[in-house]
Design a protein around this ligand. Structure first.
Ligand code: SF4
Length: 397
């Protein structure tokens, strides 16, 4: 029986939906399933209404970050008031994983916690058969080798996820709670095959997605496996040729400062095309770095910037303001590090602390931009040292 499925394809969640579309493609029972993409709430309502009018029912899927919770609740209410029980609402993503009851209370029918490549197609199959129940389901960690990061047939493309999971479990970050502290790497062959798919439809840019780019192939995410990084980048370059643009250690990924070394930069220089890298620093205070469980010191941030500049890279450095218990003295140290890295040619990407469920800082107050931080950022801006795309930490998925 035909089941119209609509993705609320927001820019903050599009990579998740690309992967879900890839998972649907890999599910023989769902071959031929049509997916509509709605880029905003008005289109979502219009599309869901039209599908229900034509087919009697529709499934709407949300992926929800904590910063999107309130807005998602309003959209769910609107859909419910338009379409009643003819719309089946499924929610997944970081907030749904941590607090499924929030989404159920807001009116979602089913919540998928964790990884959805297996659970989502299975749930759609059950809905088709009329054999599903309201509530939350736990999606088990999947073998990422078995799925694509996107769906070529549906025109849904994005970065290729090369690694899932992060060993560090920083106090403000959900990644390790959602995907685990054990790293799962896609094989070079699979990544190259996905990249070749992109090239076959004239997509020039091949972006690699990872919580910590240089940890590719590492067993613990801390001790690097440079042979694996070389094999990956060399494999991509050899098979894609010189006209492809390979983007590594840049948005939507970043690198840890202690991993920016001559060895890693040599590989980047030899095989990748980006002239800029993104480094996670978060604070210039040793006390704050320890509270965040960053497992690196302030000096490693400066070393990373100096080394990357020596290699001619432009640099964006992430900082978080308003961290729990941040004092004036901590801020002073952060401002001093910002001044220093900007003086060496880097730009600052500021974030404001947002408490995220499941994390060590979940119960702490949200950060705010204090007048001191504002004036420090204005000073940095006047020197041309600000990367102007402010987001809360919850946007960094
Ligand atoms: S902030 Fe980066 S290093 Fe820390 S847990 Fe998140 S992904 Fe891992």
């Amino acid at each position: 029986m035909l089941l119209p499925v609509i993705f609320y394809y927001h820019r903050l969640n599009c990579y998740s939906f690309n992967a879900l579309a890839g998972a649907i493609d890999a599910s023989p029972e769902l071959s031929g399933l049509k997916i509509d993409i709605a880029l905003n709430a008005a289109r979502l309502r219009a599309c869901a209404s039209e599908r229900v009018r034509r087919h009697g029912r529709a499934v709407v899927a949300f992926s929800v970050l904590t910063c999107q919770l309130k807005r998602t609740g309003s959209i769910i209410q609107e859909l419910r008031s338009d379409l009643g029980s003819n719309v089946v609402i499924i929610a997944g993503g970081a907030h749904a994983t941590a607090c499924p009851e929030d989404l159920l209370e807001m009116g979602a029918d089913c919540v998928i916690r964790g990884e959805a490549e297996l659970a989502f197609p299975k749930l759609l199959g059950s809905i088709m058969q009329g054999d599903w129940i309201r509530g939350s389901i736990t999606g088990e960690p999947v073998d990422i080798e078995a799925f694509a990061s996107f769906s070529p047939g549906r025109g849904m493309f994005g970065p290729i996820e090369i690694t899932r999971g992060c060993a560090f479990a920083c106090s403000y970050c959900q990644t390790s709670h959602i995907f685990g502290t054990r790293l799962r790497h896609r094989s070079v062959d699979t990544i190259v095959r996905q990249a070749e798919t992109l090239r076959s439809i004239n997509r020039k840019v091949v972006r690699l997605l990872s919580p910590n780019a240089f940890s590719y192939g590492s067993s613990d995410g801390r001790v690097l496996n440079l042979d694996a990084v070389r094999e990956l980048l060399h494999g991509l370059r050899t098979r894609l040729g010189p006209s492809a643009r390979i983007i590594f250690a840049h948005f939507p990924s970043e690198v840890r400062p202690e991993h920016v070394t001559p060895d890693t930069l040599d590989l980047l220089k030899e095989f990748a095309d980006n002239d800029e890298i993104v480094i996670g620093a978060q604070s210039g205070s040793r006390r704050m770095l320890d509270a965040c469980r960053r497992s690196h010191d302030v000096k490693s941030v400066l070393n990373a910037v100096v080394t990357a500049r020596r290699y001619g890279y432009k640099i964006i450095v992430d900082f978080i303001f308003g961290l729990p218990d941040e004092t004036e003295a901590d801020l002073k140290e952060t401002f001093s590090l910002m001044d220093e890295v900007v003086g060496r040619g880097a730009r600052i990407h500021p974030h404001i602390f947002a408490p995220l469920p499941q994390t060590a800082f979940a119960d702490r107050e949200p950060g705010r931009l204090s007048p001191e931080v504002n004036s420090a950022l204005n000073r940095i801006r006047s020197r041309g040292g600000l990367y102007e795309n402010k987001s809360r930490t919850g946007d960094q998925m």
